[in-house]
Design a protein around this ligand. Sequence first.
Ligand SMILES: Nc1ncnc2c1ncn2[C@@H]1O[C@H](COP(=O)(O)OP(=O)(O)O)[C@@H](O)[C@H]1O
Ligand SMILES: [Mg+2]
Length: 346
Amino acid sequence: MKVALLYNQKPDLPENTPKYQSDEFAEWDNPETIDAVANALRERCDVVKIDCNPAYLQQIITTLLEEKPDICFNITEGIGEPSREAQIPALLDMMRLRYTASDPATLCLALDKARTKEILSYYQIPTPHFRVIHSLSEGMVFLNEHHQFPLIVKPLHEGSSKGIFERSVVYSVEELSRQLREVIEQYKQPALVEQFLSGREFTVALIGNGETLEVLPIIELLFDHLPKDSRKIYSYEAKWLWDDPENPVEVFKCPAPISKELADEIASLCKRAFRALRCRDWARIDVRLNEHGKPFIIEINPLPGILPNPDEHSCFPLAARTAGIDFNALINRVLDEALKRYNLAI
Ligand SMILES: Nc1ncnc2c1ncn2[C@@H]1O[C@H](COP(=O)(O)OP(=O)(O)O)[C@@H](O)[C@H]1O
Ligand SMILES: [Mg+2]
């Protein structure tokens, strides 16, 4: 079987560029991740690697036409627009090629956190109350409404904690106004204002489809190592500045130390969310508890990050390892789930 591995490789940036300054490419993969996925696929398949940088668009299409892969393993993040993760899958649909993971509709939805929440709400799957503010003038009217602080203000279309800082959790109209302005002016996109949930946080890896959809061991995000007065959130600071590989701290606990009842409730919530969004093959879902310990869905990641090095704090591979599935087995499992979906087998 021939598999095309489709990816976006991070461009070479000048030496000493701090991690947090390479923002535009934050979600693109490094060569170690790409090689690790390729090596895993090579255990059973012929692998063609295709760098899907938009600068090589013609080359991407030519290679796909010439190689005629049986299936593509898609980890492309795309560029720019809220459609970015759907760009390559839409091209693959047009070329009638098979691929792993979700289709363009789901990938676009997941990059619009409010649209995702609207669908969850339709299915009565708990998600924090929210409003989308598109412009500063709409913000002015909104500021005069009644608010139950604290709230959290996030860019509508980002990931990897981009645009989510300590200051994004707001306690007053003044702070709310400041953050609305920051998101709308600096991130040039609508702001999602959400009820802030003060409880514990979890992230949940799911693999499969239909009746055999499987929930891997739940991960708890720990905030004990954050500075004493910090907000207990997985902010940009927490992800990129305070998690220093030179000075490792425990940021995740897997399996999460929670009761079986809570674990079952979270697992069932995440399965419902996976199905409501029509995710395929795999996804990672963020969950947070309110002050009464009730779980809510925060967001859905249909293209989960997968850093192969256990020291790099990557959630999906950690959940898989905890279930006894090593990195290579994880990648091959995702491939098998996609093949099953297409009624194919190696
Ligand atoms: N409604 C909320 N209540 C409490 N914390 C939140 C809420 N929304 C987001 N957060 C915090 O911010 C982090 C990043 O938000 P998230 O929507 O998952 O963005 P990203 O796409 O960057 O992962 C979450 O992991 C969580 O710690
Ligand atoms: Mg998240």
